[in-house]
Design a protein around this ligand. Structure first.
Ligand code: DOR
Ligand code: ZN
Length: 346
């Protein structure tokens, strides 16, 4: 029996596109299905100023294959040197849709991130005033904190104090991985949203470590125990508009993943929508997929829902996804859910 589902064209509220050859290779994978994406600024060097965001946006648009429609929503990387007036000008021109907070050392290319939160206070206050959201990589990086506790400790030590001292600041907790994250969002009705990735709805920490280490399941924040995955599934499929899709699709070449010190990141751009249909179907919540992938994000960011549509179809034979995509930098492995998927985008 064939089943189909048509939803408004989705958006990805957290995406890594990189630059150069990698950008060229991965951009069509997202633009094929998604109308817009919040583009992460953790390039080397990072996208810090409005001028750098303008130049990066132009590089993205010139890498877009002819005939594809895609609107990259630019983000500035918050540093202790960020100029609040540059941020405000980049927002006023319509170029920049968010500012990203990486605690220094939290993840890939986060060396320029924030160490002393007092130094970014003027920027956060300006953002609250103009209604520009702060996207937060919510992990503390102190060496005495266990990596599986980084998110919960961040909420208590960093996020809650920032929100209390900067009333009116809109915050997106990016790629939440714990029930603590879900509960914090639910308990704080105002000015707070959270993105959830596709892979954190599918894998827990056993998938990374049992039966041999699986480098393509390693990402940051690292997947947690099963009870947390179930809390994320419940949140994503609940219909609560504060939760929306941010894939955190993060391409690294196979040699950089399959290494003695492998990079963090799961590449899910290619099969995310099919995997989400599978997950929402499993949870008997297919009617909630459009909210999660296409409606809740635009509502949070104050943007219209896309007018185009996307149709997903479930068939009797399992969908075959490419195992890898190739780039001039090397091959990139596509996230393998580890089970057959019968949904696909038509
Ligand atoms: O797994 C991740 N990969 N998490 C991040 O926060 C960064 C990303 C990347 O840029 O590779
Ligand atoms: Zn990310």
């Amino acid at each position: 029996m064939t089943q189909s589902l048509t939803i408004a064209r989705p958006d990805d509220w957290h995406l890594h596109l990189r630059d150069g050859a990698m950008l060229q290779a991965v951009l069509p994978e997202t633009a094929r299905h998604f109308g817009r994406a919040i583009i992460m600024p953790n390039l080397v060097p990072p996208v810090v100023t409005g001028a750098q965001a303008t130049a990066y946006r132009e590089r993205i648009l010139s890498a877009l294959p002819k005939g594809m429609q895609f609107d990259p929503l630019m983000v500035l990387y918050l540093t202790e040197q960020t100029d609040p007036d540059d941020v405000a000008a980049a927002h006023a021109s319509g170029l920049v849709k968010a500012v990203k907070l990486y605690p220094a050392g939290a993840t890939t290319n986060s060396a320029s991130g924030v160490q002393d939160f007092d130094k970014v206070r003027p920027t956060l206050e300006k953002m609250a005033e103009i209604g520009l959201p702060l996207c937060v990589h919510g992990e503390v990086t102190d060496s005495d904190i266990d990596i599986f506790d980084r998110e919960a400790v961040f909420i208590d030590r960093v996020l809650d104090p920032i929100r209390r001292t900067t009333p009116g600041l809109k915050v997106v907790m990016e790629h939440i991985t714990t029930s603590n994250g879900v509960e914090y969002v639910k308990a704080n009705a105002k000015d707070l949203g959270a993105t959830i990735t596709t892979h954190h709805l599918i894998i827990n920490r056993n998938h990374i470590l049992v039966g041999g280490i699986k480098p393509h399941y390693y990402c940051l924040p690292v997947a947690k125990r099963e009870s947390h995955r179930l809390a994320l599934r419940a949140a994503a499929t609940s219909g609560d508009a504060r939760f929306f899709l941010g894939t955190d699709s993060a391409p690294h070449t196979d040699p950089n993943k399959e290494s003695g010190c492998g990079c963090a990141g799961c590449f899910t751009a290619t099969n995310t929508m099919a995997l989400l249909a599978h997950v929402f179907d499993e949870e008997n919540a297919l009617e909630k997929l459009e909210g999660f992938a296409s409606q809740n994000g635009p509502a949070f960011y104050g943007l219209p829902v896309n007018s185009e549509t996307l149709t997903l179809r479930k068939s009797e034979t399992a969908t075959v996804f490419p195992e890898k995509i190739s780039s001039d930098d090397g091959p990139v492995t596509v996230f393998d859910p580890g089970f057959p998927v019968f949904w696909n985008v038509t």
